[in-house]
Structure formats: C-alpha cells, structure tokens
Ligand binder design. Structure first.
Ligand code: HEM
Ligand SMILES: *[C@@H]1O[C@H](CO)[C@@H](O)[C@H](O)[C@H]1NC(C)=O
Ligand SMILES: *[C@@H]1O[C@H](CO)[C@@H](O)[C@H](O)[C@H]1NC(C)=O
Ligand SMILES: *[C@@H]1O[C@H](CO)[C@@H](O)[C@H](O)[C@H]1NC(C)=O
Length: 333
C-alpha cells in the first residue's frame, strides 16, 4: 500500500515537473516575460571563451576555499530574488542591497570581480555581471557534486539597488504561505521552493540567524519544539557565539546530496523554514519523495536553477546595461 502510494505521488510530482519544464521550454508561455530572450548561444560569437573563463576562475577560487561554492549559489539567489537577476546585489555604494542588514553574510563578491576583470580583457563591454554570476553559480554547483545545466545568457545589469528591498528576502522566520508567495513573484512554484531549498544541503549559517530556535522560540524562552533534541544539544555547543557558523547539513555538509531532505524527516532542519517544509502538509510529500530519489533531485534542481536565473530578467536594448565594473553602474555618456 505504502509503495503504491509513493508511486502515485511520484507520478503527480512528475506531472507538475513536466509542466515546469514546458514553461521553460515553451516560449509562448508568458510567465517569465524577459526570459524568453535568453539563449545559451548568446555569447557564442561575442565572447566564446566566457564559460571557460568562469569555469577556470571558480575552480581556482573554490580549490583555495571550498566554502565559497555555497556562498556563490546564495549570492545568485539573492540577486535574482530582488529586481530579478540583474546584478543589483553587486552594486556597492551607500543604500544598496549589498549594504542591507539581510545581506551581511553574503560573500563571494571578489570572485565575481576577478572573473569580470578577465572577461573584460578578453571581450570588453560585452558580458553582463548578472550573466557572470549566473554562470558562476552553475559551476559552483558542479564543484560540490551537483548537476550540470546549460545556462541561458543575455541578462542586462540593472541600475537600481535599494537596501530595504533586500531585507524582504526570506531570512528563515517566514511561514510556508509567505515563502510560496515570495517565490511566486519570481515565477517559481512550491516545487521550486522545495527543490531550491535543497541548496541548504551545503553551506553554513551564522548562529545569529538561528539563535531564537535554540533559546527563545517565538518569545517562549524555550527552544523550538520542532528541533530534534540531540541536534539541539549539538547546536548549543556549536553556537556559543552569534558570530559562529554552523553547517546546514549536519550529516554531509560539503556534499550536494539528498541528506538535507533526510535530515528534515529527523527534525534536523537548521532554519525554521527548512523544518517547516516537512511539517507543512503542502510540501511534506515532496520532501519525503526527494529524500529517497537523488536522481530526481539532481535533474529537478537543474530545472529550478534555470527558472530562478530567468526571474524578472532585463533584456533588450532599452533595459539595463552591461556594467563595466560589477560594483558600480556605468557613467552616463
Ligand atoms: C526558501 C527560502 C530561503 C531562506 C529562508 C533562506 C535562508 C538562508 C539563511 C538564513 C542562510 C544563512 C545566512 C547566514 O549566514 O546568516 C542561508 C544560506 C544559504 N542559502 Fe538560503 N534561504 C532560502 C532559499 C535559498 C535558495 C533558493 C537558495 C539557492 C538557490 C539558497 C542557497 C543558500 C546557500 C547555498 C546558503 C549557504 C551560504 C554560505 O555557506 O555562504 N537559499 N539561506
Ligand atoms: C526536464 O528537463 C530536463 C532537461 O531539460 C530533463 O533532463 C528532465 O528529465 C525533464 N524532466 C521531466 C520530468 O520531464
Ligand atoms: C504568514 O506570514 C504572513 C506575513 O508575516 C502573515 O501575514 C500571515 O498571517 C501568516 N500566515 C499564517 C498562516 O500564519
Ligand atoms: C533525532 O536525530 C537522531 C539522529 O541524530 C535520530 O536517530 C532520531 O530519530 C531523531 N529524532 C526524531 C524525533 O526524529
């Protein structure tokens, strides 16, 4: 009976996923307006070495510091989550997203600058910072054992970046409804929410972000009751200081696998929002399936990453620009 049940659920998920695939592949579906102008061959003539440069740089930097892989994937998400994938997160002057409270633990900017410098040497004034960040996130995923996907290119860089917009990106204290709504505005479904949260199979969180779960959940002065007791004890030890960091995946922290979903079943989700994916009926079924279907996770992660990379992109002549330095908008001529 249980077996039949899972087969049935898998069929449903497969159906949902096929629809998602159709959304990406069928340019007539108007959900993601600018995204249909992106193509994998965009820089084929104008910057044929782009992907090789990105690949070489990401490899070299991650070899020196393997925590950077997760940070680049997160940086890409935070870019796309605000004003679409337009490199608005990279702008570095007073009042930008990058300077927001919610962006404090974002990192990887220097790697993007290094890639941009090399790309400007080989193909000046051609490749946007948004495209570089998107390609870097793909390569970072591969380096930690995740799937490959073709990156559609042609995003332009935005000229606007506002700190308080960055503070609206989910921080781990939201309910599932507000996460679903937030993702919806990016053209992402609840399936994408569950799949992309799987990024938390690698990387770390500052203890600051989970302090309340350890000691004062919703003002109760008690830990979050949904936390596994053994896990809670280890978090207490690792999080003596707010400035400490703790791995998202307590079992295989550096490997891109389905342990994240397995951990949720053991009440070992690090953020309240991670654990909610398991306690909420709308997402739990999918979590259960993913915990035992690594191939399914890998192929759908690729699909969902293409979708997040399509979010509200700027394309066409009158939108955005190709920034010369990822930290600053171009001077108007
Ligand atoms: C579903 C809503 C999400 C919430 C609430 C959330 C929240 C967080 C938080 C609080 C952190 C730790 C920040 C800190 O150090 O204090 C984090 C890290 C991370 N997030 Fe998410 N996130 C979400 C979705 C995503 C998505 C969609 C992706 C990728 C596509 C992603 C990728 C990552 C990665 C890789 C890290 C680790 C970064 C590192 O090690 O430097 N997250 N996230
Ligand atoms: C979705 O598309 C990807 C590649 O485009 C493919 O590998 C995957 O099998 C597809 N999934 C489904 C369920 O059709
Ligand atoms: C979820 O969070 C939103 C925003 O904080 C709030 O307005 C809403 O009432 C919450 N929904 C539930 C079911 O708790
Ligand atoms: C708590 O975690 C341990 C592994 O660390 C696991 O064996 C146990 O089943 C978990 N407890 C619950 C309630 O899920």
């Amino acid at each position: 009976m249980r077996f039949l049940q899972s087969v049935f659920l898998l069929l449903i998920v497969h159906h949902v996923v096929t629809i998602i695939n159709a959304t990406i592949l069928d340019p007539k579906v108007p959900v993601l307006s600018g995204a249909r102008f992106l193509t994998t061959s965009y820089y084929e003539k104008s910057c044929p070495k782009l992907e090789a440069i990105v690949h070489q740089k990401v490899n070299a930097w991650v070899k020196r510091d393997n925590t950077l892989a997760a940070s680049i994937i997160r940086l890409h998400f935070h870019d796309c989550a605000v004003r679409g994938c337009d490199a608005s997160i990279l702008l570095n002057h007073i009042g930008t997203e990058r300077r927001a409270e919610a962006s404090k633990t974002l990192r990887g900017y220097t790697l993007i600058d290094d890639i941009k410098a090399e790309v400007e040497k080989q193909c000046p004034k051609t490749v946007s910072c948004a495209d570089i960040l998107t390609a870097a996130a793909r390569d970072a995923t591969i380096l930690v054992g995740g799937p490959f996907w073709e990156v559609p290119f042609g995003r332009k860089d935005g000229r606007i970046s506002i700190a308080k917009e960055a503070d609206m990106v989910p921080q781990g204290h939201e309910n599932i409804t507000s996460l679903i709504n937030f993702f919806d505005k990016l053209g992402l479904s609840f399936v994408d929410l569950v799949i992309l949260s799987g990024s938390h199979t690698i990387g770390r969180s500052s203890c600051h972000a989970i302090r309340d779960r350890i000691s004062n959940f919703k003002g109760t002065r008690k830990p979050d009751p949904s936390l596994n007791g053994t896990y809670l004890n280890s978090l207490r030890k690792e999080c003596r200081l707010d400035t400490n960091y703790v791995n998202f995946d307590a079992t295989t922290p550096r490997t891109f696998d389905v342990a994240y979903y397995k951990n949720l079943g053991k009440r070992m989700g690090l953020l309240a929002t991670d654990q909610l994916l398991y306690s909420d009926g709308r997402t739990r079924t999918l979590v259960d399936i993913l915990a035992t279907q690594p191939e399914f996770f890998m192929s759908q992660f690729a699909v969902s990453m293409v979708k997040v990379g399509n979010a509200n992109v700027l394309t066409g002549k009158n939108q955005g620009e190709v920034r010369l330095n990822c930290n600053y908008v171009n001077r108007r001529a």
